[in-house]
Ligand binder design. Structure first.
Ligand code: PRX
Length: 637
């Protein structure tokens, strides 16, 4: 029996048991049978969660692009690798075959080399969802440069912080991008950001919107003329399995984002293996993940996982609401999409609109539906199941993280029976544990606790770029010999997992992982603000929205509060991006604090959610009187 492709529940259990009994053998068989290596590894796994240190396939030599492109050329050269659907339905879709992808990645990679980029250099990619984004990512991987993709919705300050943190030598951007009815001037944002970055030597600019942009002499170059001059053949750099492949920033509980570093070999094996099983991909299928490549979902399940399996992966430039709320379904019909992977927040937004937007289109090509990024509520699950899947497509609710590199807990379609809101069972190789607050593992079923992982898996991030100690304290110090996810979960009577949400200071808004600390830092820079605390509260579409409690410097501050709220949101937009804006801002005389000065967010969360009936014992607070004042001023609508 092949371990690679699980087809039914019995196989799942057999393979899962084997993966736990003998993880090294399990992963080495998969790695050997399904991938191209220039040299076999010396050791399958070395690990020590105390240090922490994890190495998979060390000494093995490979290039991930050879696995994602070259090895498909003989058998699938003319097959569409990337199917690009533009923002506007009036612009034709573009099909890029594996052969063309090979040439375009080769040309781009040669341009990078000519512009001084070598193995190990960091390249920041700040692009809209156009084919050049996927090609730039692969071109970096081709020559062993480490890509750091920054989502093109981040502000110039957020971009600059990320560029500086990993010392990027180059930025790849576009004149602008189209998103729905809007045009976003990306080059201008880069120019602004680069006033704070000394290390960037070159900026390559893709022409997309055609608007006028300033080109900084000696630094900025249009990409197309360079590509026109470049050779298409580019021999791949031979990488060690443990060499870095990319850095991707995720927010944390301090102001500084964490540059999660993923490596070539383990990440390739894990993203490819999970893609195959979670989407049950068959050779002629068209697969579509609606995420942006600026997030981990796009890295693993638009680019690397699908291409490593020789799949056709659809990339969409636009948004679900433009030109109307039927856009997703129009694309499914047009390209006969077989697997569709999106976020619960998108489902909730579309479920609010007339059903006619869905019913207008023929969705009968669909076989598998997926969700990712946040818990899916029961109502949204049923809407998705009834109206999009027509009750015939299994829904795979996939739980994972930027840090895990790939899907960890999720039903395998057509094998694992699904229950709404349950991510169900761990994938082979994943050993979850629920822990209590004392650090003891909670065994048995019908229990809940903090979700940890007991054993390494190939896709896990190896470090936080430039800060291994933070990697240790964030993920490996809370529970001995365990990776701590930051999530809470419950295990039901049959061993299914349901993720209940974050147990730290991260809030998931519209599927985006937002640390409260960087937002508070941004607010506190406003001259009128003394201190602030951000918490999440339930929102019907976004899942969670942000509620800010703000103390002003001058008590009785006479300025217009509505304007101040706007300025605070403007401040957040400039420092982070519009995704982190607050839905509600309440000006408060103080914040509830413990005697050691720590803000009691639990109390603020309760108040913000409109349920202040059971705040628990507040008498131990330094300033219990402040709670009443906050309750009185709470913003209800
Ligand atoms: O809280 C979990 C939530 O998203 C967090 C990870 O966010 P990020 O690193 O941005 O990656 C998102 C895409 C993989 C997790 O710690 N999360 C993700 N998927 C689910 C989820 N919560 C519940 N159910 C899910 N399926």
């Amino acid at each position: 029996m092949s371990n690679y492709h699980i087809k039914n529940l019995e196989e799942y259990y057999q393979i899962y048991r084997k993966s736990v009994r003998d993880p090294e053998n399990f992963w080495s068989e998969i790695a050997e049978e399904h991938f191209t290596w220039r040299k076999k590894w010396d050791r399958v796994l070395e690990w020590d969660f105390k240090k922490p240190e994890v190495k998979w396939f060390a000494g093995g030599k490979l290039n991930i692009t050879e696995n994602c492109i070259d090895r498909h050329l003989l058998t699938k050269g003319d097959k569409t690798a990337i199917l690009w659907e533009p923002n506007s339905p009036d612009e034709p879709a573009v099909k890029i075959s594996y052969k063309e992808l090979h040439e375009r990645v080769g040309r781009f990679a040669n341009v990078l080399r000519e512009q001084g980029i070598a193995k190990g250099d960091r390249v920041c990619i700040y692009l809209p969802m156009i084919p050049e984004l996927a090609i730039a990512v692969l071109a970096c991987a081709r020559i062993g440069a480490i890509h750091s993709v920054v989502f093109a919705g981040f502000s110039s300050t957020a971009l600059a912080t990320r560029i500086n943190d990993s010392d990027c030598k180059m930025v790849i951007t576009a004149d602008g991008g189209f998103r729905g009815a809007k045009t976003i001037g990306l080059k201008a944002i880069v120019d602004e950001g680069l006033t704070q970055c000394d290390g960037v030597e070159k900026v390559l600019v893709v022409k997309r919107t055609g608007e006028d942009v300033h080109m900084h002499k000696g630094r900025d170059l249009w990409l197309q003329p360079l590509l026109d001059e470049a050779y298409s053949r580019c021999d791949p750099e031979v990488m060690d399995a443990e060499d870095p492949l990319f850095i991707l920033y995720t927010s944390g509980s301090t102001g500084k984002p964490k540059g999660m570093m993923h490596t070539c070999g383990g990440y390739m094996v894990y993203s490819a293996y999970t893609f195959k099983n979670i989407f049950q991909y068959k050779d002629d299928d068209v697969y579509w993940c609606t995420a942006d490549i600026g997030w981990i979902t796009g890295h693993s399940y638009i680019v690397y996982g699908p291409l490593a399996n020789g799949a056709t992966t659809l990339m969409f430039e636009g948004v679900p609401s433009h030109p109307d709320y039927g856009r997703f379904w129009e694309i499914v019909e047009k390209h006969k999409v077989n697997q569709f992977y999106t976020a619960p927040t998108a489902i909730r937004a579309l479920a609010k609109e007339k059903l006619d937007y869905v019913d207008r289109y023929d969705l009968s090509s669909l076989k598998v539906l997926g969700t990712v990024g946040e818990p899916i509520n029961e109502e949204a699950w049923h809407w998705y199941n009834d109206n999009v899947g027509n009750n015939k497509c299994p829904i795979t609710d996939t739980w994972w993280q930027t840090e895990t590199g790939g899907i960890m807990i999720a039903p395998i379609p057509y094998a694992t029976p699904t229950i709404p809101t349950y991510a169900t069972l761990p994938l082979p190789g994943v050993q979850p544990a629920l822990m209590d607050e004392k650090g003891e593992e909670i065994n048995g079923n019908l229990v809940s606790g903090r979700l940890c992982i007991k054993f390494p898996w190939p896709g896990m991030a190896r470090t936080i770029w430039g800060d291994h100690e933070r990697y240790r304290t964030t993920y490996f110090s809370g529970f001995e010999n365990m990776y701590f996810t930051g999530d809470g979960a419950l295990r039901d009577a049959v061993g299914y997992y349901r993720i209940t949400g974050r147990v730290d200071d991260v809030v998931i808004v519209s599927g985006h992982n937002l640390g409260t600390a960087p937002i508070e830092d941004a607010i506190n820079e406003h001259p009128a603000v003394a201190e602030s605390a951000i918490v999440g509260f339930p929102h019907p579409v976004k899942g969670n929205a942000l509620y800010g409690f703000v103390i002003l410097k001058e008590v009785g501050e006479s300025r217009d509060r509505t304007n101040l709220s706007k300025e605070i949101n403007q401040q957040i937009t400039e420092h982070i991006g519009p995704i982190a804006k607050l839905d509600k801002v309440q000006f408060v005389p103080g914040l509830p604090k413990t005697r050691s000065g720590k803000i009691m967010r639990r109390i603020l969360r309760k108040i913000a959610s409109g349920d202040d009936s059971s705040l628990g014992d507040i008498s131990t607070l330094l300033n219990p009187e402040v709670v009443e004042a906050i309750k009185e001023g709470v913003i209800k609508t």
